[in-house]
Design a protein around this ligand. Structure first.
Ligand SMILES: Nc1ncnc2c1ncn2[C@@H]1O[C@H](COP(=O)(O)OP(=O)(O)O)[C@@H](O)[C@H]1O
Ligand SMILES: [Mg+2]
Length: 361
């Protein structure tokens, strides 16, 4: 049995869509799959046609510390199809954090619950909530593989560092941790920005990213609204095909992804990540400006969509960039005028008789 968590504290990046459609694809290929819905919002359950408010047993009952309410995992599982089963979520999961905070042992509840079902499933897929609390920690602690969906838009790498820190903490506590793999989701090849994001994501994750890219596809949304995986709703849709490709990649790479010694690999990968990209925030006060760019050594001094700052309500323009450690020269371009950073006292003379601001990461 292989346990896969799908996590990223950013909401709306495709976690639930990945859990449902990857699970359905694996099941249709003949694997026995259990999807665990750990999100109080229970979108994975809805996306499989289950209305959780009508249920009297859910993952809440597996995790609760109240004896009278507690159930075994096998007692709450629902059959979606022959090979696809669901451990449904429930709004009460939002209270579990307070209930269990004091119990050191509680961190392994899911691990212990799944362990009893080793013979029953080939894959367990855990859909995590959009936070890095007790539920996500519990899921990661039980997992061999962590898939991090990365929506192809700016800021998608923000916060990933914190998720990696959680994996590291598990490594420290238990001397084992899941292998981490990024998955690009909602890719729209028509936008120049998307291509730039793919480059940035590749730089961050290197080989630890799936070859399969999930394209933007409205069928994925429609299918979920009808309580079905895309492959059952419209098997010819791009969404169905992309998730079938992802399931194939996981099956073909299973040996590599679920190696016995993958914990060591995960550790090497994480220590490498620590020294990788840092998020740098650029900001410029210009309430009257129409556009502001930040250009420098890090982006070949090019003003385009990727270097454009976003206007904030208070007249400040902002842009976050993921940069490798190093020293960079940069400037802002405000309505066509090149200006050094007034908030940064470090600068160096440039070839044009002016100064460039200097940044060391
Ligand atoms: N590849 C995609 N193309 C189009 N819409 C998508 C895609 N993936 C997810 N969506 C939609 O985006 C929204 C957020 O996705 P979801 O999987 O629920 O994210 P999360 O679980 O991370 O919050 C949902 O409405 C979903 O149907
Ligand atoms: Mg979700």
């Amino acid at each position: 049995m292989k346990v896969i968590s799908i996590a990223n504290q950013k909401g709306g990046c495709g976690k639930t869509t990945t859990a449902i459609n990857l699970g359905a694809s694996l099941a249709l290929k003949g694997h026995r799959v259990l999807i665990i819905d750990l999100d109080p919002q229970s979108h994975a359950s809805f996306g499989l046609g289950i209305k959780t408010e009508q249920l009297d047993r859910s993952m809440y009952n597996v995790l609760t510390s109240v004896d009278t309410k507690r159930r075994r995992l096998q007692d709450i599982i629902l059959n979606i199809w022959d090979k696809l089963h669901l451990a449904p979520g429930h709004i009460l999961l939002s209270t579990i954090e307070q209930e269990l905070r004091s119990e050191e042992d509680a961190i392994s509840t899911i691990y212990r619950a799944i362990d009893l079902l080793t013979a029953s499933y080939d894959f367990v897929i855990i859909d995590c909530p959009p936070s890095l609390g007790f539920l996500t920690f519990n899921a990661l602690r039980a997992s061999h593989l962590l898939i991090v969906p990365l929506q192809c838009c700016s800021l998608s790498l923000m916060g990933v560092g914190k998720l990696i820190n959680m994996v590291e903490l598990i490594q420290l506590k238990l001397q084992r941790a899941p292998k981490v793999k990024g998955l690009v989701t909602m890719y729209d090849k028509r936008t120049k920005y998307a291509k730039h994001m793919i480059q940035e994501i590749n730089m961050y994750f290197k080989d630890n990213i799936f070859d399969t890219i999930i394209r933007v596809n409205i069928t994925l949304r429609e299918a979920a609204a009808h309580g079905l995986p895309a492959i059952k709703f419209d098997k010819h849709s791009a969404g169905a095909k992309d998730y079938a490709a992802l399931s194939e990649e996981i099956i073909v790479d299973a040996r590599k992804l679920f190696l016995d010694n993958f914990y060591q690999e995960a550790e090497d990968f994480m220590s490498e990540m620590r020294n990788k990209l840092k998020i740098q925030k650029f900001s410029f006060m210009a309430p009257e400006a129409g556009n502001v760019y930040v250009v420098g050594d890090f982006n070949h001094w090019k003003a385009d969509d990727c270097s454009r700052l976003e206007p904030q309500p208070d007249g400040i323009w902002e842009k976050r960039m993921a940069l490798k450690p190093g020293t960079y020269k940069y400037k802002f371009i405000v309505d066509g005028e090149w200006i050094h950073d007034p908030r940064n006292s470090k600068s160096v003379p440039n070839d044009f008789g002016g100064v460039d601001s200097l940044l060391t990461i």
